[in-house]
Design a protein around this ligand. Structure first.
Ligand code: PFF
Length: 440
């Protein structure tokens, strides 16, 4: 079977950015920073992006482009052991768990798009916004409907081959999202309690840091960069030979981090100015943004535009996570794209349904004191992705021939290569394992 390839360098970067930038930056980053003490979380997060994220992104791209195959086959062939394909299988499991809870939040963006078109957001009152959110999210019928609608849209994009169209649309629209975020930032910075919000986000107070903070910051770095589950490896397998991997990885990580920080600058000044709590959790952004739109000039027009763009950003991320399983099923079992897409989306609809109900009828159904939604989020981001990261790092550092890795990274004979390889061989695996052991 002929494998696809990205036509241009910009196309390759834009598609990988499309995977990285999504709800992880705009929804998950602020809520994780909010529940984990703000500034200290941000510092640790930046540390992980630089020391763990960028080298692993390079390694995934390099291994994918070298083997030009799905993650399971790549790990098996690079190590010469079939059993190592299990690392790829773990990534597939993680991607389905993420797809399931991510689709619930993406469903909220669809519902908020509709609300912002129809009646708009007028109130900045905490209680009113809280009940607006609850009336949509806690309603099982609505929540299921929007989660499944989002997954069905994914199915059509994946099976009908309009994926490419959505990706080019996203390439076109992401600069617009970026501009809107800047407008919102300026607006948030003019709110009465903006200073408190900024202090919360940027002032580092390490006395607040616990192992959970470190684990969460690490999980967020993996989640946001889409690494540790073979997603970027799969995208790397479609890269052209002329793509310069380290430069691409740094561009992606920088853009991704910038969007997360902008999102923090939008949310926290508003949280303090409108008297909300930064520790609200997954609902934080969906209660804060409407207050921002309600209070700002032009909010009536910008709100629907923003939610549409957020929806498209989510779609390019979910397309990338589905691609891991689809490329596996088509290449390994010889399934058609349609059949593979139906299997992946069907399974996610079942699991996503449970996640959607976690905010309503299943709110009290807990495993290890977590709702299904929170469990899927925690198990994938804080356990499976870092674990996949350890394996990918060890394979790239120890099993993958040094000269081939150097050649893929276009760093043959360069000192920087020794640094990256040292990080992959020792520092990244040790760092992740230590955090795991501590948090146990
Ligand atoms: N990086 C995406 C985001 O921040 O929204 C989420 C994601 C996409 C995670 C693809 C994992 C993945 F394979």
């Amino acid at each position: 079977m002929r494998r696809g390839a990205f036509a241009t360098r910009i196309g390759a970067i834009a598609t990988a950015v499309g995977s990285a930038v999504g709800l992880g930056n705009i929804w998950r980053f602020p809520y994780e920073a909010g529940t984990n003490g703000g500034g200290a979380f941000l510092m640790i997060y930046l540390f992980f992006i630089a020391i763990v994220g960028i080298p692993l992104l390079c390694a995934e791209f390099a291994m994918g482009r070298d083997s030009r195959a799905n993650a399971v086959k790549t790990f098996a062939s690079l190590t010469g052991r079939k059993s190592m394909g299990a690392v790829g299988v773990m990534g597939i499991v993680a991607s389905v768990l993420i797809l399931s809870f991510y689709s619930v939040v993406a469903g909220w963006t669809i519902e908020y798009t509709i609300i912002s078109f129809s009646r708009g957001f007028k109130s900045t009152d905490v209680e009113t916004l809280h009940s607006l959110f609850n009336s949509s999210i806690a309603s099982p019928a609505k929540s299921l409907f929007f989660t499944w609608l989002f997954l069905l849209i994914n199915y059509f994009a994946l099976a009908r081959g309009v994926r490419k169209g959505i990706e080019s649309l996203s390439n076109l629209l992401m600069p617009v999202l970026f501009l809107i975020l800047i407008v919102f930032c300026v607006n948030s910075l003019m709110l009465p309690d903006a200073g408190r919000g900024l202090r919360f986000l940027f002032a580092v107070d390490f006395s607040q840091v616990s192992v959970t903070t470190v684990l969460s910051a690490m999980g967020q770095a993996f989640f946001s960069l889409s690494i540790g589950l073979g997603c970027m490896l799969t995208y790397g397998s479609y890269f052209k030979d002329s793509t310069i991997i380290p430069r691409t990885a740094v561009s992606i990580a920088s853009l991704d981090t910038l969007v997360a920080i902008l999102s923090g600058i939008i949310i926290f000044p508003a949280v303090f100015s409108f008297g909300m709590s930064p520790t609200a959790g997954p609902t934080l952004v969906f209660e804060t943004l409407p207050a921002i739109f309600g209070a700002m000039a032009g909010g009536r027009i910008l709100a629907p535009l923003f939610f549409i763009l957020l929806f498209i950003a989510s779609l390019t991320s979910t397309i990338s996570m589905s691609e891991i399983s689809i490329s596996f099923c088509t290449e390994q079992f010889g399934w058609s794209r349609k059949k593979a897409s139906a299997a992946v989306i069907g399974l996610s609809m079942a699991l996503g349904g449970l996640c959607a109900l976690s905010f309503g009828p299943l709110a009290n159904f807990k495993i290890c004191s977590l709702t299904v939604f929170n469990l899927f989020d925690f198990a994938s981001s804080n356990v499976l992705l870092p674990l996949g990261g350890v394996c990918a790092s060890l394979i790239a550092g120890w099993a993958y021939p040094r000269s081939r890795l150097a050649a893929q990274l276009s760093l043959t004979g360069n000192k920087l290569f020794s640094v990256i390889r040292f990080l992959l061989r020792y520092i990244i695996p040790l760092c992740i394992l230590l955090i795991f052991i501590n948090s146990l």
